[in-house]
Structure formats: C-alpha cells, structure tokens
Design a protein around this ligand. Structure first.
Ligand code: ATP
Ligand code: MG
Length: 563
C-alpha cells in the first residue's frame, strides 16, 4: 500500500485540528513509554510506529521514556533490548532518552504540593484494607479514617516515609478525591507506596515509589508532551490523569487512547511472554516463534515488513483481532522483491542419472530473482548424482501429480528434463532410497532446442557439491486463534502447539550458501523464505529458520473480501 492510500485516522485528525487552531504553539511532541520489565513485542511496535511516525510527519519529536517505577520487575537487560529493538525498526530518538526515575525528585515535590493544598494524605490502611474500603462498581467506597489528617502531620509522615522509617507497605500517600465517584480510579488512588528494592538506575536512593498513574501524566508534563497516546485500557484513567495536572496547575498534555493490537495464534502480554520464557516453553525472548521483536528479527522478519504491517492495520478506537496471515503477507511482499532465490532440499532423496558420465560436471546458469533482473544470475553445479525432495517422487502417483514417478518425465529447474527408469527400496522399511533416471541432453535450460515441455519442474542440488544444513520449521505458537480466551480453571498454556518447531537435520543446500552470514535471507525455490539463524548457525554448520512458507493465505482472504 502506498502512502497516499493510507487512510487517515482519528489521532492524526486531532493533531491536524490542534495545528489549525494553534494549540501548543503548533508543536507536536509525543513519547513512547515502555516499562523495562520485558522485551518489546509487535504490539509495542504498533505503538511506537504511531508515536514516532506522527512526530516525523508533523516535524515534531518523539521521546523514548522508560517508565521505570517498579524496581522489583525491571532490569537493564530490558532497557538495552528495548533500545536495540526501536533502533532496529529504524527510529531515532536522538538525545531524547528519558527515565521516569530521573523525575523522582520532581515527582516528590509535586506530591508535597498536593499535600500542602490538602489534596493528598498519608494513609495507614494496609493494601487489603484499602481494597475493602474502595467499594465496588455498584457501591460507593468509604473514607479512610486517615483522610482528615492535618497537612503538617501528612508532610511529616511523608518525609519519614521517604527517610525509610517505616517498613514495606506500612503506609501510602493517597490523593484526596472522591470515595463515591462512579470511576474507581478516582476513589482516593494511591500515589506512593513504600518499597525497599534496588532500582536499576537509582539504586537504594529511594524506598518510596510513585504509582504509574501519579508518575505518568506528570512525566508527560515535565517533557512538554502535547499528545500522550496510549491504549484503550487507560481511558478510565484519563479523569485521574487530568485531575493531577489540573491540581498541580502544570502543562497539560492531551491523553488520547487507541485500540491495542491483538494478533491471533499468539499472546501479546509481557507477563505471559515472560512465563513462556521462564517455564522454558520457548528457548528465550528471541525464540523465533515469539511475537517479540527480538523473536521476529531472529525468525527473519525485516524492519520494513513490520513497519508496513503497522501502517496497514491502521489506528482505531475499538479493539479487534488482526490475522497473523496479514503480518506474513507484508513480509512475503517484501521478500518476494528482495530475496535471492536458491535451491535447498529439505528431505533429500538420491537421484542417479544413469546416462550422465561419471566424472562429468557442468555449471548451469540460475536466475537470482525473477522479480528483479538487476540481481543477475549465478552458476550452480550439475553432476550425475543429485538430491531432490522426497515429496517430489511417488511410486504410485495420484492423478494431477506432475512430478517424478516411474516412467514419468520432469524438468530439473535450470537443467534438463529427466525420466525415471527405476528405483530402489529398502527391503525392511519399504522406503524408497534411490531413484534412477536418464536425462535428455537436448533439453538443457536456455539452449535453443529446450523448447520441449513437460508438466512439472522440480528443484534439486548436486549431491557432491551441496552443503549439509539444519532447517527449523516453525508454526504458530498456539493451536487456537484466541489462546487468551480460556474457560475458567483452564490454563492458557494448554493451547500451546507441541509441534510448533520441527527440526530437519540432513537438508542439502546449493554450495553458494557456504558464505551465508547471520540473518541473510533467501527464498528456497518452491518452499518458502529462510534465514540464517543469528545464534546457532556457523560456517560449516549452517542453520536456517523458515521465516514463512510461500503460500499466502492473506492474499486469498483479501481476494475473497474484494469479491
Ligand atoms: P503488556 O500488556 O504487553 O505488558 P504494557 O502496556 O504493560 O504491555 P508497556 O511497556 O507499558 O507495556 O507499553 C508501552 C507502550 O506500548 C504503552 O503506551 C502501551 O499502551 C503500548 N502497548 C502495549 N501493548 C500494546 C499493544 N498490544 N498494541 C498497541 N500498543 C501497545
Ligand atoms: Mg503498561
């Protein structure tokens, strides 16, 4: 889809209107605020493509802000992974790298300001008691007995909280709003809690930490954010976001919510992804089956394919489920244009060309990419003993099977037409171990008299020249399209597909791949797109990941939709 076809969306329209009315002096300042408690996934990519995209489009800026207010779950490993993922997708935050922890002192001052204004109080209720006092959706809550504490006492207690005089969880600082509000977020929400934990940036400097709700809006304000874009689950928090900023009387960004990305056959929740990693259902955050950017990258996804996917899915106000086939389609579209074609045989079957001289070998011309003549041609070796795909031979061919079978002819891609004259079977297993053929020397591809046609063309490699490789075939992580939708008492992990990885170890690829480097992508003709695994592959011990097969289910869906 070209830029001009991309439909506008409501957030862009809000910004256009703000620019028209001169709001924020015509500035557009967004931010992407990940919590460094896990690796980024494709849902986060939607969020930062949107935030960085709008900033670029309107000549503004987008900050990268680590929302690090929960030291017990956060780690520098995650900070580093987030930065490399955002960079990999091609976004540049320049010097605008911020941390909520960098504002801890300022946030503390804001809290003091609210206490002095009689808008916040120190509460001695335990977490359980706070919950009991909160009420329900249908019943109002009850005021905390500590709500009427005098300002001086609140200031002194809050200072002592900071000084480390009270144990974990003993007291909180709460906003004084309305325990009868129909919006539960406004029922005197907690602003600070006591937590003795080592923070990955501030160490043991603090033992009180602001909550997300208190930290987020104020951090937006400090950074001069104009449009604070977040996902729909924060819609109910917006009145609280606005309340803090109004009470503090500081720069007031506009919070705008959009629908998060949901993708079928996977889960997009860091908590769940962490569980998969910790319980070793996958090999790590970068397992090629994971919907994390690290996983997609290792699988072989390109940054451009992810960006065009994020653009294509659009931005809406209503939650929906996106078909993973659409993500795969965006990738195929790009790889079809860019990937070098090669021949790789996944499940090899030996073929002997009986009438081809024993010592002879030839170099044949193969096209690198029929979509792009500029990519040129390469030489591939041909000899008497070859490997073909086991599937491409049938002893008893069904109707419509146009590949190799006894007495049948087939074209070897870029080579000759061969005819099956015999085959050998393992007497115990009954498996075909060898196929004997003859070739027709007049049918060499590209030669003037190669015009003779046969119905099937298959891929192959020369046995002696080909390289052995391991190939990992991946399928969806889950067997159900909506793994998060589980019956009560059932575990979402029960829907994990035990066959999501199949490893083939005796594959053969053409010799030109000897120099293939980590992350290099190819189309194995007739099979799909494959990339050199960046972790386990090495020279002499090649490992390929199947990125995606050639069959494009999304193109079919789209065609059906258009009628
Ligand atoms: P998760 O639910 O995976 O734990 P999160 O919201 O807790 O995600 P954050 O690190 O807080 O993770 O997210 C950073 C930003 O990315 C937030 O603005 C959040 O709204 C956005 N985001 C998270 N998940 C999605 C998603 N599936 N689609 C779009 N945006 C998302
Ligand atoms: Mg979050």
């Amino acid at each position: 889809m070209s830029k001009t076809e991309t439909p506008s969306h409501f957030i862009r329209n809000i910004i256009l209107e703000d620019l028209r009315t001169g709001k924020n002096d015509g500035r557009v300042q967004t931010r992407f605020p990940p919590e460094p408690n896990g690796y980024l996934h494709i849902g986060h990519a939607k969020s930062f493509c949107l935030n960085f995209g709008l900033a670029v489009e309107f000549k503004g800026f987008c900050n990268l802000r680590f929302d690090d207010t929960n030291p017990s779950k956060e780690d520098v490993e995650y900070v580093e992974s987030i930065k490399s993922d955002v960079r990999w997708l091609g976004f540049d935050w320049g010097k605008r790298e911020y941390y909520t922890s960098g504002y801890f002192e300022q946030l503390y001052q804001f809290a003091l300001q609210l206490i002095k204004a009689g808008k916040a109080f120190v509460c001695d209720l335990s977490a359980d008691q706070i919950r009991e006092y909160r009420g329900t959706l249908t019943e109002p809550g009850e005021n905390s007995p500590y709500r009427t504490r005098p300002v001086e006492e609140n200031l002194s207690l809050f200072g002592r909280m900071r000084a480390g005089e009270f144990p974990n969880g003993a007291r909180t600082l709460r906003a004084k709003i309305d325990m009868a509000s129909p919006n539960l977020n406004l029922r005197d929400p907690v602003m600070y809690r006591i937590l003795y934990a080592i923070h990955h940036r501030t160490g043991d400097q603090w033992c009180i930490y602001p909550t997300y709700d208190f930290a987020h809006g104020q951090s937006d304000s400090i950074e001069g954010i104009t449009h604070s874009i977040c996902t729909l689950e924060f819609e109910d928090h917006r009145p609280l976001y606005d309340w803090y900023l109004e009470q503090l009387n500081i720069h007031h960004p506009q919070q705008i919510e959009f629908a998060r990305l949901n993708l079928n056959y996977t889960v997009l929740s860091k908590r769940k992804l962490l569980e998969l990693v910790e319980q070793r259902h996958v090999t790590g955050w970068d397992d090629p089956r994971m919907p994390t950017l690290a996983g997609l990258r290792r699988r072989g996804y390109t940054p451009q394919s992810i960006r065009s996917f994020c653009e294509r899915i659009g931005v809406a106000k209503k939650n929906s489920m996106v078909d993973i086939a659409m993500l795969e389609h965006c990738l195929r579209e790009e790889l079809n244009r860019r990937a070098l074609r090669v021949m790789g045989v996944l499940r090899p079957l030996r073929v002997i060309i009986d009438n081809y001289p024993e010592k002879q070998q030839e170099e044949l011309d193969a096209v690198n990419n029929p979509e792009d003549p500029a990519m040129g041609t390469r030489k591939i070796p041909f000899s008497r003993v070859l490997y073909i795909e086991r599937d491409d031979f049938r002893e008893d061919p069904p109707k419509q099977f146009f590949r190799l079978a006894p007495g049948r002819e087939v074209r070897l891609r870029y080579a000759y037409i061969i005819k099956c004259v015999d085959f050998v079977k393992d007497t115990t297993t009954g498996e075909v171990t060898e196929v004997h053929c003859t070739f027709d020397p007049d049918t060499k591809s590209g030669s003037p008299n190669a015009a003779r046609k046969v119905k099937g063309t298959i891929h192959w490699v020369s046995a002696e020249h080909s390289l052995e490789a391991e190939v990992r075939l991946y399928d969806h992580l889950f067997v159900k399209p909506d793994p998060e939708n589980v019956e009560e008492g059932d575990d979402w992990k029960n829907a994990l597909d035990p066959n999501s990885l199949e490893t083939l170890t005796s594959c053969r690829v053409e010799p030109g791949l000897a120099d293939a480097g980590p992350g290099d992508r190819y189309q194995f003709e007739r099979q799909g797109y494959y990339c050199v695994d960046s972790v386990d592959s090495s020279r002499g011990a090649l490992v390929f990941n199947r990125i995606v097969s050639l069959r494009d289910t999304w193109a079919k869906i789209e065609k059906a939709q258009k009628g």
